[in-house]
Write a protein that binds this ligand. Structure first.
Ligand code: BGP
Length: 465
């Protein structure tokens, strides 16, 4: 028997976000976000036309939910403050009901010995700012910094773990390259500018937080997708994988942790005349304000081969001009989400962070498995028997454990997610939670088998095999 024992103070919990859990209620004072707008204008783009309004109802059920977190062994929980709830127009007036709500959530978590990890931006720009160009417009950076400072002032006495952005590459890819989030553009110039502004906003929020000398730390959460070449002995494949890595991982990882941009990426963007527009001292701001801590979201690897298909120039240059995605024969798939499951990827990321990023303190901020139609697995007691999710977590934790043995500074593991929540355009198609949510019964919650297992496992600080 092998024992996988984790440090006693390892953070165990789950992650979610405001826009995916809270819901929208008449008279709650919340302003319109990009998601509210997009759903109202094109509901058919959302799975079964389910929008963000009611769904998980965390806004009403937070106290009950926090009890369920306890029952599922959480010692920490990440959510985000919705910018459009706190500052409904993106700039200006603060919504007092939002202050009250987030105060209650934070206090309730702390009262239950669950440490709040608070993220500031999870794909949810206030629509008033999006109408003026969103992250393309530098004004959004300034507005975001005011929003961030407002959060630090209001909640920084109790919240000790802050994150500036969740997966900042996603708005870049989804909104400006591959069309899965509004505004659904295909425009590399815009994509680069959006990414640069997000990054600059992160550095400026870090600068503001450190200047306030609050007793806590601040980081960023990145989805890292290790890029594996089809053939490690083929230099063209290796080069293509390195370029994909520069575009999708190092574009945020390097500046966030080291304060510098990857040379490969800068050279490519310079060559095709697609560098972002920036001001004289921006690079210094980014260099001087790196993160205290890194959150790592890991779902899937990226498999790459040298470019074989013709370059499609319809929309101008694209990252894909430099590589092709490679479907590795025999890969293990999560067929519902269409993502490869490759558990060792989590170890490779942690090793890379240890060897090449100063072994910065980090934690696994998301990892999880979305499964469609989980009703199939409901037993007579009404519980989802999701053994596949327990296996998924164990299979990843074994590698996290190995990374720790080898000296990785990884300090926790958060599952995506606590209770089934609204997955953007996929809405409630794939369920990720430790706790099921019944949409037909006003969001009734039931702990799944994995939730009970997680409690046992976290109380034992690990598991035996
Ligand atoms: C991450 C996001 C989450 C969450 C998760 C699952 O990229 O940070 O917001 O949604 O992925 O992915 P999806 O909802 O697309 O299935």
């Amino acid at each position: 028997m092998v024992k996988y024992e984790f440090p006693k103070d390892f953070w165990w919990g789950s992650a979610a976000s405001g826009p995916q859990t809270e819901g929208v209620y008449d008279g709650d004072g919340k302003g319109e976000s990009l998601w509210d707008f997009w759903y109202q204008t094109e509901p058919e783009k959302f799975f079964n036309q389910v929008g963000p309004e009611k769904t998980s109802r965390f806004y009403q059920k937070y106290a009950e939910d926090i009890q369920l977190m306890k029952e599922t062994g959480h010692t920490s929980y990440r959510t985000s403050i919705q910018w459009s709830r706190l500052i409904p127009n993106g700039t200006g007036e603060v919504n007092p009901q939002a202050v009250e709500f987030y105060n209650k959530v934070i206090d309730e978590l702390i009262a239950n010995d669950i440490e709040p990890f608070i993220n500031l931006y999870h794909f949810d720009i206030p629509m008033a700012l999006q109408r003026e160009g969103g992250w393309l417009n530098r004004k959004t950076v300034d507005a975001y910094v005011v929003f961030a400072k407002t959060c630090f002032e209001l909640f920084g006495d109790r919240v000790k773990k802050w994150f500036t952005h969740n997966e900042p590459i996603v708005p870049v890819e989804a909104g400006y390259l591959y069309q899965f989030h509004y505004p659904n553009e295909i425009n590399l110039r815009h994509a680069v500018q959006v990414g640069f502004h997000e990054l600059l906003s992160s550095a400026k929020a870090i600068e503001a937080y450190h200047a306030m000398k609050l007793d806590g730390e601040i980081g960023i959460i990145l989805n890292l997708t290790p890029s594996y070449p089809r053939d490690e002995t083929n230099p063209a494949d290796v080069k293509a994988a390195a370029i994909a890595d520069a575009f999708f991982n190092r574009s945020f990882l390097d500046p966030s942790v080291k304060g510098t941009f990857p040379t490969e990426l800068v050279e490519i963007l310079k060559e095709i005349d697609h560098l972002p527009i920036y001001e004289a001292d921006d690079l210094e701001t980014i260099a001087n304000n790196t993160v205290d801590i890194l959150g790592i979201n890991y779902y899937q690897p990226r498999r790459i081969k040298a470019k074989e298909t013709p370059i499609d120039g319809t929309h101008g240059p694209m990252p894909d001009d430099y590589f092709d995605n490679y479907e590795m024969p025999g890969r293990k798939m999560n067929i519902y989400r269409g993502w490869e499951i490759y558990e060792k990827g989590i170890y490779d990321i942690l090793t890379n962070v240890r060897e090449n990023y100063g072994n910065i303190r980090c934690y696994i901020s998301e990892n999880g498995m979305g499964v469609e139609n989980e009703e199939r697995f409901i037993n007579e007691a009404g519980q989802v028997e999701d053994d596949y999710r327990i296996d998924f977590v164990k299979d990843h934790l074994r590698y996290v454990h190995q990374a720790i043995q080898e000296g990785s500074n990884v300090q926790g593991y958060h599952m995506w997610t606590c209770m089934d929540n609204w997955s953007w355009a996929n809405a409630y198609k794939n369920r990720y939670g430790f706790i099921s949510v019944n949409l037909d019964k006003e969001g009734e919650r039931t702990i799944k088998k994995s939730g009970h297992w997680f409690k046992q496992m976290t109380e034992a600080h690990g598991f035996d095999d």
